[in-house]
Write a protein that binds this ligand. Structure first.
Ligand SMILES: *[C@@H]1O[C@H](CO)[C@@H](O)[C@H](O)[C@H]1NC(C)=O
Ligand SMILES: *[C@@H]1O[C@H](CO)[C@@H](O)[C@H](O)[C@H]1NC(C)=O
Ligand SMILES: *[C@@H]1O[C@H](CO)[C@@H](O)[C@H](O)[C@H]1NC(C)=O
Ligand SMILES: *[C@@H]1O[C@H](CO)[C@@H](O)[C@H](O)[C@H]1NC(C)=O
Ligand SMILES: *[C@@H]1O[C@H](CO)[C@@H](O)[C@H](O)[C@H]1NC(C)=O
Ligand SMILES: *[C@@H]1O[C@H](CO)[C@@H](O)[C@H](O)[C@H]1NC(C)=O
Ligand SMILES: *[C@@H]1O[C@H](CO)[C@@H](O)[C@H](O)[C@H]1NC(C)=O
Ligand SMILES: *[C@@H]1O[C@H](CO)[C@@H](O)[C@H](O)[C@H]1NC(C)=O
Ligand SMILES: *[C@@H]1O[C@H](CO)[C@@H](O)[C@H](O)[C@H]1NC(C)=O
Ligand SMILES: *[C@@H]1O[C@H](CO)[C@@H](O)[C@H](O)[C@H]1NC(C)=O
Ligand SMILES: *[C@@H]1O[C@H](CO)[C@@H](O)[C@H](O)[C@H]1NC(C)=O
Length: 294
């Protein structure tokens, strides 16, 4: 009878232990999947912000591009009859304009690689987490009467704060709004450079420019109507700076975008270390619990 009871308790312990161990392993795997799904949703929202930001930037650029073409073409047509002017300036500005383009945020290499890097950090955390669950459950047996309760207590901690893989998603979420502002700022600065360049077109009024009719003076009069060729040539060659103004306006973005990806990367690395430290701490506490029961 006595032996039977002991054997029964042993069997109950064994079945209960196996069930509890299975639950710990399943909960860890299940919570991991949820955390990764949350993370992926946050990255998708970040990606959607990139797409929306690119649409904004593209709109500002298209407006800039179309307006510049109209304005420069108008200048070109205006000065075409003035055969005494060098045509180099106006020709090169048109060909330079055709080469101006914007790089979409979507093809920014730092924004692309940050997702890949963080994904691999999550994989490392996932591996450590699954191994910890196996390590803890493997040490449970019916001889050590503390072990099942220790496993239940510390196994649960593997699915709780701070051991949440979804924390990686916060690193992206916290930068999503800032990325939207950067896109807004890029678009604003393209609009600003467009407005600034408008004043450049009016600058030609500084030069003495007789009308086309005045270019051919009456037969016996002294020609007082020669345009200031040096002034106008200088003005036209100055227009070749337009693409440079554009790139100044657009260049400001690199610092901002880099700061965003650096913050995401730093945040993700801190999260990785924090979760890894916490996993180790749980395993060590479990080891102590096996000896002390707490
Ligand atoms: C996550 O872990 C908790 C225990 O901390 C558990 O109750 C829950 O069912 C787990 N979720 C999934 C999806 O496995
Ligand atoms: C991110 O957004 C781009 C542009 O909208 C899209 O082509 C791409 O499929 C998106 N990536 C994912 C993983 O959904
Ligand atoms: C440039 O083109 C735009 C669009 O056609 C026009 O509104 C603007 O007045 C032009 N600017 C100058 C200086 O001609
Ligand atoms: C700028 O406008 C010109 C003229 O419409 C067009 O041919 C060119 O493709 C535009 N550039 C870009 C990068 O869209
Ligand atoms: C992030 O990277 C993962 C794995 O490399 C990929 O499956 C996912 O589509 C990427 N997400 C985005 C928004 O680019
Ligand atoms: C049971 O686990 C303890 C540690 O908790 C270990 O010292 C002991 O050797 C194990 N006993 C058996 C029979 O596996
Ligand atoms: C995200 O921002 C919130 C609010 O500013 C902050 O409490 C939280 O710690 C941040 N999370 C990360 C991972 O940076
Ligand atoms: C965006 O522009 C605003 C206003 O010009 C400025 O205060 C802010 O620093 C800019 N933010 C970024 C991220 O570039
Ligand atoms: C830039 O100008 C375009 C065209 O005028 C306008 O649609 C857009 O709203 C402007 N963007 C910003 C950020 O002001
Ligand atoms: C350009 O000059 C014309 C008159 O010569 C004026 O009406 C217009 O407001 C000026 N535009 C700018 C942007 O200075
Ligand atoms: C398994 O857990 C024990 C404590 O119970 C710990 O000392 C050991 O380092 C862990 N093993 C691994 C591979 O993490």
């Amino acid at each position: 009878m006595k032996h039977f009871v002991v054997a029964l308790i042993g069997a109950i312990c064994l079945v209960g232990g196996i069930q509890a161990a299975g639950t710990v392993v399943d909960n860890v795997a299940g919570n991991l999947t949820i955390g990764i799904n949350t993370f992926n949703a946050n990255v998708l929202a970040f990606n959607a912000t990139i797409t929306a930001g690119d649409a904004l930037i593209r709109q500002a650029f298209n407006n800039w591009n179309a307006t510049m073409l109209k304005n420069v073409t108008a200048i070109q047509q205006r000065f075409q009859p003035y055969t005494m002017l060098s045509t180099n300036g106006i020709t090169s500005i048109l060909s330079n304009l055709a080469m101006v383009n914007i790089m979409p945020l979507a093809s920014d290499p730092t924004l692309q690689s940050v997702n890949t890097t963080v994904q691999s950090q999550i994989q490392q955390v996932a591996t450590a987490l699954n191994m910890a669950a196996l390590n803890i459950t493997a040490q449970v047996n019916c001889t050590n009467t503390f072990s099942i309760n220790c496993m239940i207590k510390y196994g649960a901690q593997l699915t709780q704060k701070p051991i949440l893989v979804s924390r990686f998603g916060e690193c992206f979420t916290n930068e999503t709004a800032r990325l939207a502002i950067v896109a807004q700022n890029i678009s604003t600065s393209i609009n600003t450079t467009l407005a600034f360049t408008q004043t450049l077109f009016n600058l030609s009024n500084i030069c003495t420019i007789p009308t086309v009719a005045q270019l051919t003076p009456p037969a016996n009069s002294v020609n007082f109507n020669t345009p200031s060729t040096q002034c106008i040539n200088q003005y036209l060659s100055g227009l070749s700076q337009i693409p440079t103004y554009f790139s100044f306006a657009d260049t400001a973005r690199w610092t901002q975008v880099n700061l965003i990806t650096q913050r995401i990367q730093r945040c993700a690395t801190l999260v990785q270390y924090d979760i890894t430290d916490s996993i180790n701490r749980v395993q060590n506490s479990f080891g102590t619990c096996l000896k002390t029961g707490v």
